[in-house]
Design a protein around this ligand. Structure first.
Ligand code: SAM
Ligand code: SF4
Length: 336
């Protein structure tokens, strides 16, 4: 691997060192806030091959990306996905990459946990919005809580560190936030709460789902000791330590409080579009340069062009008056 000659620096002086790579738009769940019931998925020919995803990742690594998160859709439903984990794990062994992680719904995790660890994955994020089997099925439209819990057991057995992501849904799971803090404490998991973002057209009004985390935090402070933490990931989460459990609790608050100024990441979809911001429509196509030439000059120039267009931040809004400001594509398209 050649040394980094030109790191990726955006117009605001932020070094881009973190790539979120979506490997599929498909999923075995249909979470209410993420997808519509009748999603139309991309034709296979539009989706980058595993070899193309590796080449693309390497192009970013050469330009200074040190952390890659594999996401989707549900990454573990993509056929032969372990091949990509093994290929990128080799970049860690070579000292070219610091971290390879995964965001998953854990439905397939019991099959994969051991091999993911062997590939070089150390930490994973698991999305889990409810610990009640009926509610879990309703929120995911088809998920089985039991399977997810088996996946988590396998992750524990493989010694993968787990962080739970929980989207806070008004009237949906807000009564489960405190039980989730307790459960995560008992299992030794960190927990991050996420505000619903206006991404894609789902079958319910976003406003009815939106629960401001500023309000949740105020409520939690009545029963828990939340100690501010300076833990940062270059992302939008702000963390506290829950004194009673010793675990970290994060808040991702794109609506009530955005923290775009330190953003060090970009997202690439499974069709090779790079989105410089989750909350903006602008993108640069990397698939054409990738397929046009076996050498990486065109690809590298397209990446450079994209980083030069990274905006200062998003301007999401969810309003009771119906004036939501979001983006048309789904979170499962961009990769969460
Ligand atoms: N399928 C995997 C999973 O659920 O972890 C990875 C992809 S999923 C799109 C990544 C994350 O995005 C999940 O934690 C999910 O809860 C979150 N998410 C999806 N749609 C969202 C939305 N509209 N607002 C906020 N978070 C969302
Ligand atoms: Fe699938 Fe993840 Fe979206 Fe749920 S949040 S529908 S698991 S991609």
């Amino acid at each position: 691997m050649s040394s980094i000659s030109r790191p990726l620096v955006d117009p605001f002086g932020r070094h881009v060192e973190y790539l979120r790579l979506s490997v599929t738009d498909r999923c075995d769940f249909r979470c209410l806030y993420c997808m519509a019931e009748d999603m139309v998925f991309l034709p296979k020919r539009d989706v980058l091959t595993l070899e193309e995803l590796r080449r693309l990742s390497r192009a970013f690594i050469r330009r200074g990306v040190r952390k890659i998160r594999i996401t989707g859709g549900e990454p573990l439903v993509r056929r032969d996905i372990l091949w990509l984990f093994n290929a990128l794990g080799a970049e860690i062994d070579a000292g070219a990459l610091d971290e390879l992680t995964l965001t998953t719904n854990a439905s397939q995790l019991s099959r994969f946990a051991h091999d993911l660890k062997a590939a070089g994955v150390r930490r994973i994020n698991v999305s889990l919005d409810s610990l009640d089997p009926d509610r879990f099925r309703a929120l995911t439209r088809r998920g089985e809580l039991k399977t997810v819990l088996e996946g988590l057991d396998a992750a524990d057995a493989a010694d993968l560190a787990v962080k739970i992501n929980m989207v806070a849904i008004k009237g949906g799971n807000e009564d489960e936030i405190e039980p989730m803090i307790r459960w995560c404490g008992a299992r030794g998991y960190d927990l991050t709460l996420i505000e619903t973002m206006p991404l894609g057209a789902v079958d319910v009004d976003r406003h009815t789902q939106f629960l401001p985390l500023s309000e949740v935090r105020r409520r939690l402070e009545q029963n828990w000791t939340l100690v501010d933490s300076d833990h940062r990931t270059g992302g939008p989460a702000r963390y506290v330590t829950v004194a009673e459990t010793g675990q970290r609790l994060g808040f991702i608050t794109p609506l009530t409080n955005n923290f775009c100024e330190g953003c060090n990441r970009v997202r690439v979809t499974c069709t090779g579009r790079i989105y410089m911001c989750l909350g903006q429509e602008d993108y640069v196509d990397l698939r054409a340069p990738l397929r046009q030439s076996g050498a990486d000059e065109l690809l590298d120039a397209a990446i450079e062009r994209a980083i030069g267009r990274k905006p200062q931040g998003h301007d999401f809004m969810i309003s009771a008056q119906g004036g939501n400001r979001g983006v048309a594509r789904y979170m499962s398209t961009t990769g969460g």
